[in-house]
Design a protein around this ligand. Structure first.
Ligand SMILES: [Mn+2]
Length: 318
């Protein structure tokens, strides 16, 4: 039913802005680009507008180099805005200021989604928003070519942690199979995303691992990195995605914490759980959000104080 409503507003629109949240991951980029490419096939003017840049790792995807900044809203009078893989309006950054009265469709899979759209297609059980994008594009009768398939596959692979997380379903694999039929090379995508780290990232992992500590009878691990350590390795912001997984992948660990000092007084917290702790609830208590097994938030204060607060919140759940 919601699918039909969305298809209906798409059919009635000719200029469509597709957008997603700041600090985009593979699903933000993949689901948004896939939808843009599909809408362009329908003859629509579809533009991916993002208040951030596309991480280097995902720039191989078709359309990743034609992403516009929020100010682009001034250039085109869009009929429709579609937000992909974004839990709330604030995370769209400056894009949210340009939406105004434009019709807004919200397509997402975060449990914490605030249903900020006029039409909300929120499927909490979908492994990735890219999975929902796949179903929507199919329902529109649009042929899924290799370019679109690469985008969707990237979204699914990154949000399922390479098909490892509990959000991976029979449907996830069956869609992945369809995407391979459409031309995706899994080994090519994996090599581009996971076997392509800048050396600074691996050096940073080594530096961060020196801080590894355990709590609650080794069921909770914590890794942290200070701003000074980050700056000692590289001048520019190094991607720290994946460091939290090092703590999670240890035998017996249920919850992994990764603390990254963004500013002297701001700590970015990434949380992962393995089997049963709902880290989305913990992140939400600190104004963040995410999924049951992967979530994040930001805490004001020192690394040490952020660690104590998060540990306390985890101990209530474990
Ligand atoms: Mn996602």
């Amino acid at each position: 039913m919601i699918y039909e409503q969305i298809i209906d507003v798409i059919n009635k629109s000719s200029k469509i802005a597709v957008t997603s949240h700041m600090q985009p991951d593979g699903d933000n980029v993949g689901s948004s680009l896939a939808l843009c490419l599909a809408l362009q096939k329908l003859g629509k003017k579809a533009v991916f507008i993002l208040d951030d840049s596309i991480p280097e790792l995902f720039r191989f995807l078709k359309g990743a180099r034609e992403v516009e900044k929020p100010s682009f809203f001034a250039e085109i009078d869009f009929d429709l805005v579609i937000a992909m893989d974004c839990g709330d309006l604030e995370r769209l950054g400056k894009v949210s200021q340009f939406i105004g009265n434009t019709k807004l469709v919200n397509i997402d899979h975060h449990i914490s989604n605030t249903k900020f759209g006029e039409i909300n297609l929120v499927e909490e059980n979908a492994s990735a928003t890219a999975e929902i994008a796949y179903k929507l594009i199919k329902s529109m009768g649009i042929f899924i070519d290799k370019d679109i398939a690469d985008c969707i596959y990237t979204g699914i692979v990154t949000d399922t942690g390479m098909f490892q997380y509990s959000n991976t379903s029979e449907e996830t694999h069956s869609i992945a199979g369809e995407l391979i039929i459409a031309g995706v090379s899994p080994s090519d995508i994996f090599a581009r995303i996971y076997q392509n780290s800048p050396k600074e990232k691996i050096m940073l992992m080594g530096e961060a691992l020196k801080s590894l500590e355990f709590f609650n009878h080794d069921m909770v691990s914590c890794i942290s990195i200070s701003k000074a350590q980050l700056e000692s390795i590289a001048e520019e912001d190094i991607d720290t995605e994946g460091i939290v997984n090092l703590g999670r992948d240890i035998a017996g660990v249920e919850v992994a914490i990764f603390l990254k000092q963004k500013e002297p007084n701001v700590v970015k917290v990434s949380l992962r759980s393995k089997c049963y702790v709902n880290v989305a609830i913990i992140a939400k208590d600190f104004g963040g959000g995410g999924h049951v097994r992967a979530a994040g938030c930001a805490i004001t204060g020192s690394i040490e104080s952020a660690k104590q607060q998060i540990l306390l919140a985890i101990q209530k759940q474990i």
